[in-house]
Write a protein that binds this ligand. Structure first.
Ligand SMILES: [Mg+2]
Length: 452
């Protein structure tokens, strides 16, 4: 076995680069000094570039390519190795921190900080049967041949256009003074109101540690005012566990749906929709593995759900791990009939029987409401938006949602919005000014006709 190590000189006038080069030179010198024989050198070290043809030839004969960047946007070497191989298989050992790892899943993926894992991957690559090498290489070649730079550019432009389109719909859905007046009007003239409020990201901003997101005095005051009106039935519809919701808000005359509808509280009594879930050791071990692989992520074991939180983890690594986690959960969750939900910096696993929408269905069957308001910030709130009639006032916080009629761009808009509903003098003033506005535009209209 010979390691051909190619380093193309770059920025060698930078102090830290020069220092690193010295360390590499010394390390290779010491390995070669110790292990070389008359006719074998373990590390062939090249500190210069090669022509593309020379490089391609080197890739073609290499049995293994070891590509282990600590972080890399894509990594071309990995793709070039695969492309050059044709029918002469080999094994790609690739850092999972390289962007290309998302596509080249048939490579042996390694954490570049874990030397033991790299060691094992090299051994596995050396011992891999020819057929397996060939299969993996063919699958990777079919991906590399399709994912060309032109395809990438076209995808990029398409996504750009989609974002622009979404921005337009968001502007259209954003609650302005006209919409606000209409909502206030409906609110004021209703006889029985259902108010559904998500908690995290809607009533309170996200905190690095979920346990720090306790209600602010302003929130408690707003909820107090909302619940003081006997026409209002106010429900906190959250993914949180019911102990925390009870501790923070239990003193208020609110109803609750906790853990995505698995629990609900009505007339001061908690009810449970599902029996305690037994989590299989296989499932737990996958989640624990991801906790150990992702610094500052943690596992929350709720009575009816498992939640892997990565808000505090490095943003880039968190996103990568979230995708990897979902991929490794799919088959086991399918087998055990569990649902995987991707929320805001959290992946949850739960029974598909209950969602934020199932609790809304139960409420709508029990009572007739002539005004329904639902506010939420997450994809899981879409279930709630879909469960209410189309005439309901559905408000998505953050980016607009197709399932919600309205949008408020930031979380800090929520409390002022609710306050404008509860403050009767503001409602009446707004309605009056709305009427005044309509009246003056009608007068203008007639004046124009008369002048004409
Ligand atoms: Mg939320």
């Amino acid at each position: 076995v010979t390691l051909a190590m190619v380093i193309v000189p770059s920025r060698d006038h930078v102090g830290s680069y020069a220092e690193l080069k010295t360390r590499i030179d010394e390390e290779i010198g010491s390995i070669n000094g110790r292990y070389s024989t008359m006719n074998w050198t373990p590390v062939c070290y090249f500190y210069h570039g090669f022509s593309f043809e020379e490089l391609a030839a080197m890739y073609f004969i290499a049995d293994i390519a070891l590509v282990t960047p600590l972080r890399d946007g894509m990594n071309l070497v990995a793709k070039e190795y695969v492309a050059v191989k044709q029918d002469n298989p080999g094994v790609l050992v690739l850092s999972e921190m390289a962007g290309a790892a998302v596509e080249l899943t048939d490579a042996l993926l390694v954490n570049p900080n874990d030397t033991e894992q790299i060691e094992n991957a090299i051994c596995r690559a050396l011992e891999m049967p020819f057929e397996e090498q060939q299969e993996r290489m063919h699958r990777m070649q079919s991906i590399v041949s399709v994912q060309t730079v032109n395809k990438w550019a076209a995808d990029f432009v398409n996504e750009w256009q989609e974002v622009a389109h979404k921005n337009k719909t968001m502007l259209f859905k954003k609650i302005g003074s006209q919409n606000m007046q209409e909502i206030q009007h409906q609110y004021l003239h209703a006889k029985k109101r259902l108010i559904l409020l998500d908690y995290d990201g809607t009533l309170v901003p996200f905190q690095k540690r979920p346990e720090d997101a306790s209600p602010t005095p302003q929130l408690l005051d707003t909820l107090q005012k909302l619940t003081a009106d006997p026409l209002n039935h106010v429900v906190i519809n959250s993914g949180r566990d019911h102990f925390t919701l009870e501790k923070w808000l239990g003193a208020l005359p609110l109803s609750f749906a906790a853990e995505h509808g698995a629990f609900y509280k009505e007339n001061g009594v908690w009810h449970k929709n599902v029996h305690g879930q037994e989590w299989s050791p296989g499932l737990l071990s996958i989640l624990k593995l991801f906790v150990s692989k992702t610094p500052r992520s943690h596992l929350e074991v709720k009575e009816t759900a498992l939640a892997w939180h990565y808000r505090e983890a490095d943003a880039w690594l968190g996103r990568l791990r979230a995708q990897q986690l979902v991929n490794s959960l799919i088959s086991i969750c399918l087998k055990q009939n569990l649902q995987i939900m991707q929320g805001n910096k959290v992946i949850e696993i739960k029974s598909p029987e209950f969602t934020k929408g199932s609790e809304v269905n139960r409420l709508l069957l029990a009572t007739r409401y002539d005004f329904i308001l639902a506010i939420g910030d997450d994809t899981t709130d879409d279930d709630m938006f879909k469960a209410v009639p189309v005439t309901a006032v559905t408000v998505k916080i953050g980016t607009a949602s197709e399932s919600a009629r309205y949008n408020l761009p930031v979380q800090t808009d929520t409390l002022p919005f609710l306050q404008r509903l509860t403050d009767e003098s503001m409602v009446k003033a707004a309605l009056k000014s709305g009427l005044k506005g309509q009246l003056s535009s009608a007068i203008d209209f007639f004046k124009r006709i008369i002048n004409h």
